[in-house]
Design a protein around this ligand. Structure first.
Ligand SMILES: Cc1cc2nc3c(=O)[nH]c(=O)nc-3n(C[C@H](O)[C@H](O)[C@H](O)COP(=O)(O)OP(=O)(O)OC[C@H]3O[C@@H](n4cnc5c(N)ncnc54)[C@H](O)[C@@H]3O)c2cc1C
Length: 409
């Protein structure tokens, strides 16, 4: 397994339960990425954020799980479930924390060798793994890449092309949903911030900035979205996830309220950005022309893309639009057209969409969706179940019992 995030952990648990010899290489801590958004509330309840297998094993260990209907923060979910999986189960012996996988290849075979003749399956994978102690090789029969995409943010400039000066200011721009009400408060209170993005992370940040401005009226923020739609966040029709619907409503409300302390600038993009050592000097392209602005902080909640350099030596057919593995990407594309923007309606695609030209190499979890941000944990749990039916050649294998994601909802 590459990555001890929520999907890597569950996949490892599944494999170990089947008797496989599993190693999990994790570059940071357990669920490192979740730890980085620990202040944010999940919009799915706990019953959608764990598997029946995880529950069975932890309860057998005497661990009390959260209530099924609990809406946890990332920190609570990590502490009460993910860390328990990692520390209280057999996974503890499988974890290699602080080990980053740099590249995966095939022993003695370049990327172009043995196209489509099945012979690549006859050689082991070779992984270059790096830790504080140095580099080493590992060899293995199967690789599940569960490394997520959070570590690789998109550029904030128009069309994904860096804004002028963005590359030079990269280290100073905040490319994640910051903890405005908590540890990062001092960076925003009584100061002026620019927020760029129109997804759920941007919605979370916008609401937090408006709440801070309500408490401390000298706080100011400008929210730039590329789309000129009537609201910054497109609501999901008949959304069954109340928390998500509430967040979208709240974000759209603060954007449209003149006294929120947050000015929404639709149909606009960042043309240039420069950190002068004290403030950002920013040029916005707006429908009314160029606008020169100064900000203390810039938050770019503009999505992430997978780091595909990891498997550059393998035969993976990628989607030219999402950069996810092709079969899954194509299925997602056609399913998305019918889902009205609701990721809950995506899933149940079956094992075949996980198969790559490279035998025994699978991309699971957030990374499997590429740039498509609609991944939900439920889809990942389905992928785990499906991938092990392929690896064992047992189509009926299901350690999640009668677990039916629709029923679980
Ligand atoms: C703010 C936020 C809120 C979300 N809320 C929900 C929600 O409410 N409900 C829901 O269903 N989904 C939600 N999601 C989506 C998704 O479920 C999460 O992103 C989830 O963490 C994805 O799990 P993962 O295991 O695929 O990837 P990640 O959690 O990203 O884990 C990947 C792991 O791989 C490690 N890693 C990366 N590269 C390497 C490498 N080269 N070598 C070794 N290790 C590596 C990382 O350190 C990390 O620990 C949310 C996502 C975000 C960002």
């Amino acid at each position: 397994m590459i990555g001890a995030g929520p999907i890597g952990l569950e996949a490892a648990l599944y494999g170990v339960t089947l008797g496989a010899d599993v190693r999990i290489y994790e570059s940071g801590r357990v669920a490192q990425h979740v730890a980085e958004w620990s202040h944010i509330h999940l919009f799915t309840p706990f019953k959608m954020n764990h598997t029946p297998l995880g529950r069975r094993i932890l309860e057998a260990e005497g661990w009390t799980l959260p209530e099924n209907d609990a809406f946890q923060t990332g920190a609570e979910w990590r502490d009460r479930y993910l860390l328990a999986l990692a520390e209280r189960t057999v996974l503890a012996d499988a974890l290699e924390l602080g080990y980053r996988v740099i590249t995966v290849g095939r022993r003695g075979m370049l990327k172009g060798a043995h196209v489509g003749n099945g012979q690549r399956a006859g050689e082991l994978f070779r992984l270059l793994v790096e830790s504080e102690g140095g580099e080493r090789y590992e060899e293995t029969d199967v690789v599940l890449d569960c490394s997520g995409s959070w570590g690789n943010p998109n550029w904030l400039g128009q069309g994904g092309v860096p804004a002028l000066g963005e590359r030079q200011s990269r280290d100073r721009i905040l490319y994640y949903p910051v903890d405005v009400a908590g540890k990062d408060r001092g960076r925003f209170a009584r100061r002026r911030a620019l927020l760029v993005g129109d997804g759920l992370s941007a919605a979370t940040t916008a609401v937090a900035l408006a709440e801070l401005a309500a408490e401390d009226p000298e706080t100011q923020a400008v929210w730039v979205t590329a789309s000129a739609a009537p609201t910054p966040i497109r609501p999901i029709v008949d959304d069954t996830l109340d928390r998500r619907a509430d967040l979208v409503r709240a974000a759209n409300r603060v954007a449209l309220a003149p006294a929120s302390g947050l000015e929404w600038v639709p149909g606009s993009t960042v043309r240039a950005i420069r950190w002068d050592g004290g403030r950002f000097r920013v040029t916005l392209d707006t429908p009314k022309g160029e606008r020169a602005e100064e900000f203390d902080e810039v938050i770019a909640n503009v999505g992430y893309e997978p780091d595909n350099s990891l498997y550059g030596e393998l035969q993976v057919h990628e989607c030219y639009a999402s950069r996810g593995p092709m079969k899954l990407a194509a299925t997602l594309l056609s399913a998305s057209a019918d889902s009205e923007g609701d990721c809950l309606k995506l899933g149940g695609f079956g094992p075949d969409v996980l198969v790559n030209p490279e035998p025994n190499f699978f991309i699971l979890g957030m990374k499997s969706y590429g740039r498509n941000s609609s991944f939900l944990l439920q889809a990942g749990y389905e992928q785990i179940r499906d991938v092990f039916t392929l690896l064992t050649s047992e189509p009926e294998l299901d350690l999640y019992g009668r677990y039916d994601v629709t029923a679980e909802r």
